[in-house]
Design a protein around this ligand. Structure first.
Ligand code: HEM
Length: 127
């Protein structure tokens, strides 16, 4: 059984992602990043992304993590706060600690692609 299936599949993931964005939008260091985004669409993509990253069988149809976050100016502390909120959402949904650890091991390395901390022009020049 994949991690995705073990936490309860799509229904569980939708609940976790809903809760995650409530926490993100209530966090004033993060909410600015999401002003003007289509939240319903983003949540759908996020469910797909986690569904696939956690072993599926769900398939993610969105953009690559680097392309999607490029130029947003996301720094490591922003990433860390999102990761903390994710852990809190998983715990609130009753996901066991060991499974949360497995999920963190999948998510934390994504910082390499998501954190740019610079404007698009600068990170473009650095690549
Ligand atoms: C746990 C790490 C993260 C994952 C797995 C993740 C995943 C995603 C996914 C799947 C999308 C949708 C892509 C698409 O529409 O094709 C997205 C978009 C977005 N993410 Fe993240 N993300 C993460 C961290 C962050 C952080 C730390 C921030 C900012 C603080 C952030 C800000 C955004 C914004 C603003 C969008 C919308 C971009 C747009 O539609 O123009 N993400 N992310």
């Amino acid at each position: 059984m994949s991690i995705y299936e073990s936490i309860g599949g799509e229904a569980a993931l939708i609940a976790v992602v809903d809760d995650l964005y409530e926490r993100i939008l209530a966090d004033e260091t993060l909410s600015v990043f999401f002003a003007g985004t289509n939240l319903a669409k983003l949540k759908g993509r996020q469910v797909e992304f986690f569904g696939q990253a956690l072993g599926g069988p769900m398939l993610y149809q969105g953009g690559g993590m680097k392309d999607v976050h490029l130029g947003l100016g996301i720094e490591q502390p922003h990433f860390d706060r999102v990761a903390e909120h994710l852990v809190a959402s998983l715990a609130a949904a009753g996901v066991p600690e060991e499974t949360i650890g497995q999920i963190a091991a999948v998510v934390l390395p994504l910082a390499d692609d998501i954190v740019s901390g610079t404007l698009a022009a600068e990170s473009g020049a650095a690549r």
